[in-house]
Design a protein around this ligand. Structure first.
Ligand code: F6R
Length: 241
């Protein structure tokens, strides 16, 4: 595991964008696993800048996102679908036909989970998976629990996650209670993992994940078993390391 300590949010974003850019340059047909939330928006901004400068070409890239809220349509402003268009896809030369997200409107959970697992498989698996980390140690929406969920699944969001994510909604009541999320096996099958974190609120989760026991109650701790993980985090997030 490689840990890069960044000075601040901008530095974290630039360092992470460097790694993603290198992946795209080395493999123009790469499959990128992408994340949403407050952490990666700076990374996406940096990638857009690199595209505008002519340094990075997304034309042959495929993407699969970690998760999507259940019940939200792709044009709902709070959906992760909308987020990806707004923060990345609308600003680069990616073929949107090659960008994949779980369908939040699909009621048939077994159908949707199989469909998404099949998509990940059919595009050849993930070359580089970008991950944020929840304050409770979740990755994707693999919440702390009794077991590691393997494949894509429909998850009841932890109360803590709903509370934290309420900042993106007009009230906590608006936050969907369920989401579709890639499972731990989907994530662990990626060739490379890039975990990003900033801020002191992530320090405990990051420390437990990188150095604590590997238990489903700290979902990101499973990353200790992956042999190509790069962590880019700021000083505050790494303050317990
Ligand atoms: C988002 C996702 C989540 C977030 C995590 C951190 O697609 O899968 O695991 O990465 O909740 O969120 P932020 O970046 O908002 O702190």
């Amino acid at each position: 595991m490689i840990i890069h300590k960044a000075k601040d949010y901008e530095d974290m974003s630039r360092k992470a964008a460097n790694i993603i850019s290198a992946q795209i340059i080395m493999k123009p047909k790469a499959v990128l696993g992408l994340a949403t939330g407050a952490t990666p928006t700076g990374v996406y901004r940096q990638l857009i800048e690199r595209y505008q400068k002519g340094d990075v070409d997304f034309s042959q890239i495929a993407t699969v996102n970690l998760d999507e809220y259940k019940g939200l349509s792709s044009n709902n402003k709070q959906s992760y679908h909308y987020f990806m268009n707004r923060y990345l896809f609308d600003h680069v030369n990616i073929n949107k036909g090659n960008t994949y997200m779980p369908n939040g409107l699909e009621e048939d959970e077994a159908f949707e989970c199989n469909r998404y697992n099949e998509i990940i498989h059919s595009i050849g698996g993930i070359d580089l998976q970008l991950l944020g980390i929840g304050e409770n140690g979740h990755i994707g929406f693999n919440e702390p629990g009794e077991v590691f969920e393997k494949g894509t699944h429909c998850v009841a969001l932890a109360e803590h996650t709903i509370k934290v994510n309420a900042k993106f909604f007009s009230s906590v009541k608006e936050v969907p209670t369920h989401a579709y999320s890639m499972g731990i096996k989907n994530i662990m099958s990626a060739n490379k993992i890039l975990l990003i974190a900033f801020g002191v609120s992530k320090a405990k989760a990051l420390y437990d994940s990188l150095f604590g026991p590997i238990v489903p109650n700290a979902p990101a701790s499973i990353l200790q078993l992956h042999n190509d993980v790069t962590v880019v985090a700021d000083e505050e997030a790494l303050s317990l390391v």
